[in-house]
Design a protein around this ligand. Sequence first.
Ligand code: NAD
Length: 477
Amino acid sequence: MTLHQNLIAGEWVGGDGVANINPSNTNDVVGEYARATADDAKAGIAAAKAAFPAWSRSGILERHAILKKTADEIMARKDELGRLLSREEGKTLAEGIGETVRAGQIFEFFAGECLRLAGEVIPSVRPNIGVEITREPVGVVGIITPWNFPIAIPAWKIAPALAYGNTVVFKPAELVPGCSWAIVDILHRAGLPKGVLNLVMGKGSVVGQAMLDSPDVQAITFTGSVGTGKRVAMASVEHNRKFQLEMGGKNPFVVLDDADLSVAVEAAVNSAFFSTGQRCTASSRIIVTEGIHDKFVAAMGERMQGLVVDDALKPGTQIGPVVDQSQLNQDTDYIAIGKQEGAKLAFGGELITRDTPGFYLQPALFTEAHNQMRIAREEVFGPVAAVIRVKDYEEALAVANDTPFGLSSGIATTSLKHATHFKRNAEAGMVMVNLPTAGVDFHVPFGGRKGSSYGPREQGKYAAEFYTTVKTAYTLA
Ligand code: NAD
């Protein structure tokens, strides 16, 4: 089997191979991927540092052309790359292709941003002086990504980093190196100069840590768990470096008495269980007012019975497997914790077998839960959700906001008054009305509040906040 190597200073370099395993069928090896060492990470950082002066002053047309070419190739290969994604991560083929298309759209968007980066010219408060405000690249950007969006998250970090003239050291999650390797290969062939983008696949504690410890990394953009995010923050403060964190969620989805029941059920099932519940924007707290509660729970049960959980690549599958054994253990531990805490396991929650050995779990719905239970406070990151019964809208909003997290918050209602109030008062970076808590556009800001995020927003033109630094120049006329 071919070894997919790391890219350092424009050269593919070796290392011990690690098997990338398909969670739908653990007998299927997706590929062998080299594992970088701390020295490889240091070499990648040195290469990015050396490449920065030229790349940061390169013409915007060159950057535009490379990103556009990358977008075009991703789009042309969307079925193949989407299949690779589903094979290595376990989300369904439709979800894998959808995420791949999104990665292509992100590269296309930032190809355009290369040509749109503007500054400001304003008069000084002093006579005969002009003031110019411009944006410059930050320097070497370290990119550290999680396993649950193997192509979209690398795309939404790499594309703006390069568009605004930074050089990059990129460490993807150990579980899903395939899509990351593929987009780095595409960018490399699209004509990126040596050292502008370096790929170091490997362990967080080794390769990621070497990035955190390097004084030559001027900015780190991180998406992953709260625990690792805190390490990134501490190390970055130590080095006085810019950092951005996107972390966990415990996103509420409120269902009011006046909701359209079918809209509410579809949005709740999507929020809680699609992509196997492994989305930072997934909803695992479904907060339902008492007038609709019993009807809603019954309709959820009916809808969940029809969900097809199977091999991610099989036509007709709606929910793929959990990503690996350790995540599956975490999910089943939380199901046991929910029962011990006194919530009622109304549907699902059992391990299931399919034609191939994989990590299959029947999506689980708890009822009779309350917001102080661990299943309502801690991120499970699997297809496990809890229904919390409340009296009215006011209590629903208070419960929705009673969480350490603040990424996405949803409501199902036909009341303009409640929808408007919720949009203004939900303590989250993103609010969804009659829509799932997950599923966002690629051209507008993405991010959260409270324990979910730190630093400027990602995506859309707001990405410039993180990937550039502002300069104010004064000139005597
Ligand atoms: P994780 O924190 O375990 O790993 C994330 C990345 O950090 C991986 O690449 C890992 O190798 C690396 N890492 C681990 N230890 C490190 C260290 N000491 N130094 C540097 N890097 C290190 O997270 P995960 O399990 O891959 O992802 C799941 C988490 O990601 C969930 O909490 C989920 O909510 C979150 N997530 C958040 C968003 C968002 O935008 N808010 C999006 C997707 C996922």
